[in-house]
Design a protein around this ligand. Structure first.
Ligand code: PLP
Length: 421
């Protein structure tokens, strides 16, 4: 509680805004994930890899807007692209030239499995559209998803049977068998034949705790979908940054539909779904089979920012960023191993998991919630911002010189709370 006491004293403006907003928003919140005890910080501005809160404190931003902020803050190329677009007006109620260019950019980049694409406003929407497409394409209803999969605000499976959820009204089978081909096979065999419309899966369950997909399991899902005449949907909203054409390229597995979001729209509100031509052609308005509308699907700011953003994230930049992530994760793992002085065969309660620029520092065991909160606040004290659940998404402004404050903070945390660990 001492941590919270000094935190509260240090952040009077964030606290005042929080207290005021409590009257107007439940829990002063409009994104559940941003709630943390005793109250979350409110930020005023961001510049490169720094965030500045309303009380004037500066933080090294290692959260990177849950991966959408891959460019760091106020990237000048993106700012210029958006400003130029805005100078010509927005909300045309018609097509604009940017959408054509972004469509070509995205299809060429993700050409490993994507023939055509459509845009929407969020990753959630992209997944809803992909599932809707699969249901209409196959004429079937059941959707296989996995526990710990997160596909958006209305499609989230962090627990097998949560008490409350917002999951959209699809006929989901939620299997607790990620990376387990045999058990997944058994689940599907128990279904009435010809009922599976789609499998939706993240090649790495990122929000679920950076659980890396086993390539053999993902290939098994590919084969299963083909056998069942169902569509395989890869949710690459997060993982598309892990290789130039998405994690599917690294794994050598072609989904029927890929969903995108986050960074690929230049950090603006963005979602996209694309894939096989025969599937995507269902949306061709000339044949009028399946409609997909959305006032902001082609909004000028996102389209312009997306073109600029995809240009920044060329092959070399993608590789470099992922190497930075692998290096940093390696250094953190070393620090943890050294600091915890584990005896042979003991599982550490503090661990890292992830790939390239997406990873997390996680705690296991019965005190894990308490440890996550302690760690989050310990890092805030040292001027470092990550997700309260330990997640880190690097941006391209993070350089090796930023490693040492984090590593020092981790060493300090282990020294202080080593007893709990
Ligand atoms: N899919 C994955 C894998 C995600 O991580 C997220 C968001 O965290 C989404 C979908 C939803 O995207 P959005 O928040 O843009 O709706």
């Amino acid at each position: 509680d001492d941590t919270y006491k000094s935190y509260t004293e240090r952040n009077p403006k964030s606290l005042a805004l929080y207290n005021k907003t409590l009257h107007f928003m439940p829990g002063a919140n409009t994104r559940t994930v941003l709630h943390s005890q005793p109250f979350p910080l409110t930020f005023a501005c961001g510049e490169l890899c720094k965030l500045i809160d309303v009380d004037g404190h500066e933080y090294l931003d290692l959260l990177g807007e849950y991966s959408a902020g891959i460019y760091g803050h106020s990237n000048s190329k993106i700012k210029t692209a958006i400003t130029e677009a805005l100078n010509n007006g927005w909300n045309f109620g018609g097509k604009n030239q940017y959408e054509a260019q972004l469509a070509q950019t995205i299809v060429e980049r993700f050409s490993y499995s994507m023939d055509m694409v459509r845009f929407c406003n969020s990753g959630t929407e992209a997944n809803m559209m992909a599932i809707g497409a699969a249901i209409n394409f196959t004429g079937k209803k059941k959707i296989l998803a996995f526990v710990h999969g997160y596909h958006g605000g209305t499609i989230s499976f962090h627990e097998a049977s949560p008490k409350y959820n917002m999951n959209a009204a699809y006929d989901f089978i939620v299997a607790d068998t990620y990376n387990d081909a045999e058990a997944t096979s058994a689940t599907i065999s128990a279904l009435p034949s010809s009922s599976l419309a789609a499998i939706i899966v993240e090649p790495m369950q990122v929000s679920g705790g950076c659980i890396i997909g086993d390539p053999n399991f993902l290939q098994f899902l590919r084969d299963l979908a083909t056998k069942e005449k169902a569509l395989l949907i890869f949710d690459e909203v997060m993982t598309s940054r892990l290789d130039y054409g998405g994690l599917q390229v690294k794994y050598g597995i072609k989904p029927d539909i890929t969903t995108l979001g986050k960074w690929a729209g230049g950090g603006m509100s963005f979602g996209a779904f694309g894939g096989r031509q025969d599937v995507m052609e269902m949306f061709d308005p000339r044949t009028n089979r399946l409609t997909h509308s959305g006032t902001f699907n082609n909004n000028v700011m996102t389209m312009a920012a997306g073109i600029a953003g995809c240009g920044i994230m060329d092959r070399e930049t993608v590789e470099k960023l992922n190497k930075t992530g692998d290096d940093l994760r390696g250094r953190i793992t070393e620090s943890i191993k050294k600091g915890l002085l584990l005896s042979e065969g003991t599982a550490p309660k503090m661990t890292t998991r992830g790939l390239g620029s997406l990873f997390g520092i996680y705690f296991n065991g019965s005190e894990k919630d308490e440890l996550h909160a302690l760690f989050f606040h310990h890092l805030l004290d040292q001027g470092i911002y990550i997700a309260s659940r330990g997640f880190i998404a690097l941006n391209i402004e993070i350089k090796e010189e930023h490693f040492s404050p984090l590593l020092k903070a981790i060493d300090g945390f282990i020294k202080k709370h080593g007893v709990l660990l």
